[in-house]
Write a protein of this length. Structure first.
Length: 211
């Protein structure tokens, strides 16, 4: 009887140690994968900010040389000054930043339209700046897509069970998407967020997850 007990305890300890070992291996693997995906995401974000800086520099030239009768010119000038002053404080994507970018794009569209439709009034230097601005906008949208793809990859891995338990214990958090495109009209992100919350509540109610 005693021998059987010793064998049982030994087997239990071996199994426990085995599971603990597997857990730590899986935890380290998960943490390393999250670190790698987060590094890719952060690199994409840094690239997005860098290309944004170039776009804003070009817009400053267009704003300073443009007609004050263009809609939102003053608002765009104020935004560019505030963005430049707070550039070092931009750590990561967040809803407030996306909303400000939405406004900056809204302010930018009439300016781009003015220069594009009044070619005869624009000198060669401004034409080149306009072309560079349009090229920059196209590149920015490509980087936005790349950033959102890395966010999607990271969040999906983060949300998978049991990864999210390990992720939370290690201090990882879900990341926000940059949900807008430059050079075209966008839906107000505050309205989009409200609609998304209402949709989530509707789904929860249908599944009896909320009152």
């Amino acid at each position: 009887m005693r021998k059987a007990l010793i064998i049982s305890v030994t087997v239990f300890l071996i199994i426990t140690l085995l599971f603990m070992g597997l857990y730590f291996v899986y935890k380290n693997s998960t943490k390393n994968n999250l670190d790698h995906k987060l590094k890719t995401l952060n690199n994409n974000w840094t690239e997005l900010l860098h290309i944004q800086d170039k776009k804003n520099s070009l817009l400053r030239i267009l704003v300073n040389g443009g007609s004050q009768n263009i809609q939102y010119t003053d608002s765009l000038s104020i935004y560019l000054r505030e963005y430049n002053a707070n550039r070092k404080d931009i750590g990561e994507c967040n809803p407030d930043l996306v909303y400000k970018q939405y406004l900056s794009n809204k302010y930018m569209l009439p300016l781009i339209k003015f220069y594009s439709e009044n070619d005869q009034l624009v000198n060669i230097d401004k034409k080149n700046i306009l072309k560079n601005t349009l090229d920059n906008i196209e590149k920015t949208n490509t980087v936005v897509e790349k950033y959102n793809s890395s966010v999607r990859d990271y969040n999906l891995y983060y949300s998978t069970f049991p990864n999210f338990l390990i992720a939370k214990s290690c201090g990882f958090k879900r990341k926000d998407y940059f949900e807008m495109r430059f050079g075209v009209e966008n839906k107000d992100p505050k309205i989009t967020q409200k609609e998304r919350r209402e949709w989530q509540r509707k789904i929860e109610m249908e599944h009896g997850l909320s009152e």
